[in-house]
Design a protein around this ligand. Sequence first.
Ligand code: NAP
Length: 523
Amino acid sequence: MNLTGKMLIGGQAVAGSREAVQAIDPATGKLLEPAYPGGTGEQVEQACALAWAAFDRYRETSLAVRAHFLETIADEIEALGDELVERAVVESGLPRARIQGERSRTCGQLRTFARTVRAGEWLDVRVDTAQPERQLLPRADLRQRHVPLGPVAVFGASNFPLAFSVAGGDTASALAAGCPVIVKAHGAHPGTSELVGHAVARAVAKCELPEGVFSLLFGSGREVGIALVSDPRIKAVGFTGSRSGGIALCQAAQARPEPIPVYAEMSSINPVFLFPAALQARAEALAQGFVASLTQGAGQFCTNPGLVIALQGPDLDRFNAAAADAVQRSSAQTMLTPGIFDAYQTGVGALASHARPVAAGLSTEGPNQCQPRLFMTTARDFLANSALQTEVFGAASLIVQCANGEEIRQVAEHLEGQLTATLHLDDGDLQAARALLPTLERKAGRLLVNGWPTGVEVCDAMVHGGPFPATSDARSTSVGTAAIQRFLRPVCYQGFPDSLLPAALRHGNPLQLRRLLDGQREA
Ligand code: NAP
């Protein structure tokens, strides 16, 4: 397919007329054709009007039709073949194997949501049958199901050009819930976005759904993004990116006459606690695992281990020496965008002015090269300087040496909200780990033992969320099937005749759902 530089409003390819976004090959610094002129206010309105017009029909599609739609999107993405992989590689600087893996994850995620939709558990049907004879007051027949919120604005993430972009996790979960989606493409990978956008639009047409179920807009966040979030027909927002961007969208959503939820995943440094027995038994192996996790994908993961916390002493010295050695042997890697590279350099500079540099990776000629970095500080300095817990997006990490267990507890307590917290422990560490858990449960969405936080499984039990600033709403996850719940709300139907009830709630349970019937779960 020839890239056109056009948006998709419903099924129509339409050219914008505002300032254009244009991808840059971060490995060479060269501009990539075509340019993508930004959408106008009227074009944002058009997409919202179409999404609103599509909503009532799309939200009442059968479970089978909606699941088939999600599977068709996955098929259409796979049918794009190598063209998609090549464009995503050149726009992101990520290796081909990574992009191929991300395509599998994207399609797998769409198919997982199809399975979720078919199972119907997300409807969370509850039935309390009428008790006309009840003393003192009779009870009416009461039935609850979940309905979708309405059209959702999705902001594609820079660091997952497929799995968290146009047809990524936010889009898949919103479409699964029954919400039309309007994507504001990330300016770093517009060509990839156009290709995937056409795949989604083809699936909409093949499944004979209303065209407003999906639109794709290009343009700046401050213009197109804010116009989208401010439109009264948009009822929720999905976002992954910077803390400042997420906060700006939350403020725009709260300033509306009708405020709406924003599910923004923003900033996390993912603390890793090394307990004494584990450190004594395998300091060098832990250092290898840590540096592999830190440098994966040039550290451009929201779950990158940006903080290591342990008791000072000879075992931590062994860990530090092995980690420094591994970092020094690590190659530089191309970062996603010049902006992200500049932010990394600034962040590393700030760390260097507050903490002791321990090691730097190999440097490479060429633009936008992330040189891995390791720093060290004491618990006392960490507690005194909040700049030390600012996320540095990239392969940089800080080791915090603590004088005793009480300092470890204070450091944990001092942390902002996190996506993950990791504990490396042996049997001899269980008591100390148990004592830290209540604090870590308050701080993070996912707690790991003897693993590394990078690599987020898409499954039913996953939580990719956490208290602010990890996300703007700690009650939810943006990865895994529970992500569908962000875009749903409960409605109760009281005293309805059977013929007026939605199918999910009818007597006789025609959809064969596992309902909660008079307090008992149906088999
Ligand atoms: P970003 O700057 O937050 O941009 C993400 C999206 O939000 C873009 O579409 C952007 O539009 C929009 N946006 C940003 N600020 C906005 C505002 N004030 N109002 C309205 N829309 C706004 O993120 P990025 O480009 O991906 O990377 C920049 C930094 O974000 C990185 O250096 C890193 O620190 C952080 N980041 C964190 C994660 C994570 O998972 N924790 C992931 C990616 C990035 P424009 O196209 O106009 O910019």
